[in-house]
Design a protein around this ligand. Structure first.
Ligand SMILES: *[C@@H]1O[C@H](CO)[C@@H](O)[C@H](O)[C@H]1NC(C)=O
Ligand SMILES: *[C@@H]1O[C@H](CO)[C@@H](O)[C@H](O)[C@H]1NC(C)=O
Ligand SMILES: *[C@@H]1O[C@H](CO)[C@@H](O)[C@H](O)[C@H]1NC(C)=O
Ligand SMILES: *[C@@H]1O[C@H](CO)[C@@H](O)[C@H](O)[C@H]1NC(C)=O
Ligand SMILES: *[C@@H]1O[C@H](CO)[C@@H](O)[C@H](O)[C@H]1NC(C)=O
Length: 344
């Protein structure tokens, strides 16, 4: 359209210019030409930018015809079609991917739980990524790390293939999660990340596991290597030989502190799409794993782990000063921790 305008302007100049070449007329023509020039220039710019926009839209249209046809509008936010930089999703490019994060505390079975998830061909859980301090130094490094994971570009030993349908990580509450909870909740809600809370009901057992694990870090009874998780009953038996002594004075304040931290995490993250799991429930009831797979919207399979439980059987045989502990917990809300038991 502006080409026509140019011709029109040229004609005007040509028609009006001849003979009566007074200074005033020349000035008017010059000004007119300048205004026209600016106008044409701005039109050109506009067209260039529209054209580029159109180009981008076209590229996206080509790359992203991926829309699951029968998706609940409320679910849309949780369905993604990442386009990784490091590899091609090939024939699964249009398989929807869900983002998740396992939010847990140390020694609550999250390592075991993650191996179960990773035994699924379509699930990729990348481990305790924020155990590395640099990655959690501030919200920018956290967001950058999460973006890489959810774009399927994180390199780890976790099963990863073009047909991943759920991708995530394991994240301990004390690894920058609680400190930056506001920004992280916002990230989860805007990017459609689902939270899987995994806690342990019996916090006394958890405490024993923590003490034993930190003992192992120094003593290393397994051929001089520190192992938080083991794969044979023989190794488990060696690790279980160590019986920690629990400081009975500090026991109740410690248990209460953990309880409060868990309650705060649940409160802080309540606006996210989430599921709450307890280690003991998963051990007792394998249907829980079906619930998890439904939550992640992955095909149901039988999940397996090679890990072997380290501490089993009665608690009384797992600590040095059982008598003190019994006395400390008797008549408190935590008394049930003394008895609660389960069989593998
Ligand atoms: C965040 O931490 C990284 C790495 O420690 C640092 O390079 C960066 O400047 C920090 N950014 C802000 C906004 O503090
Ligand atoms: C799960 O993985 C298999 C094999 O890699 C693939 O054929 C299938 O399409 C995937 N399923 C989903 C829901 O992505
Ligand atoms: C130590 O290593 C040897 C040889 O690799 C192995 O046979 C043995 O079972 C290991 N012991 C433990 C406690 O893992
Ligand atoms: C238990 O912990 C308290 C506070 O840290 C300390 O004062 C006390 O000596 C400890 N008791 C034992 C038996 O270690
Ligand atoms: C096992 O878990 C499923 C799914 O969460 C639940 O519906 C069922 O009631 C549980 N069964 C028992 C015996 O607790």
């Amino acid at each position: 359209m502006f080409e026509h305008l140019c011709i029109l302007i040229k004609d005007t100049i040509v028609l009006k210019a001849p003979k009566k070449s007074t200074l005033l007329l020349r000035m008017i023509v010059l000004t007119f030409a300048m205004v026209c020039g600016i106008y044409i220039c701005s039109m050109c710019m506009k067209q260039i930018s529209t054209r580029t926009n159109v180009g981008f839209t076209n590229v996206q249209m080509h790359k992203k015809p991926c829309e699951a046809p029968n998706i609940d509008p409320r679910e849309k936010r949780y369905v993604h079609y990442p386009n990784p930089k490091t590899f091609s999703r090939a024939e699964c490019a249009c398989n929807p991917v869900r983002y998740f994060a396992i939010l847990s505390t140390q020694r609550s079975g999250s390592g075991w739980f993650e191996t179960l998830l990773n035994s699924h061909a379509n699930i990729s859980s990348n481990g305790e990524i924020f155990s590395v301090k640099d990655r959690r130094s501030n919200i920018s490094t956290i967001v950058e790390t999460l973006d890489t994971i959810y774009n399927l570009d994180w390199l780890s030993s976790a099963s990863k293939n073009e047909c991943t349908a759920a991708v995530g990580l394991k994240w301990m509450l004390n690894q920058g999660l609680m400190v930056n909870h506001k920004e992280i909740v916002e990230y989860f809600n805007t990017n459609g990340v689902s939270a899987i809370f995994l806690f342990r009901r019996n916090l006394l057992r958890r405490m024993i596991s923590i003490l034993a694990n930190s003992y192992d870090q120094n003593a290393k009874p397994l051929n001089g290597t520190h192992k938080s998780h083991v794969h044979s009953p023989h190794e488990a038996a060696i690790l279980a030989k160590y019986k920690p002594t629990i400081n009975a004075t500090m026991l109740i304040p410690n248990l209460r502190q953990v309880e409060e931290m868990v309650a705060k995490a649940l409160e802080d993250f309540k606006s996210t799409r989430h599921i709450i799991l307890y280690y003991e429930d998963i051990i007792k009831n394998h249907t829980k794993l079906v619930e998890v797979q439904d939550f992640l919207k992955v095909p149901q399979v039988d999940l397996k782990s090679r890990q072997v439980k380290i501490h089993k059987g009665s608690l009384s045989r797992q600590v040095e000063n059982w008598g003190d502990i019994k006395k400390a917990l008797k008549g408190t809300p935590y008394e049930s921790f003394l008895h609660a038991d389960y069989r593998m």
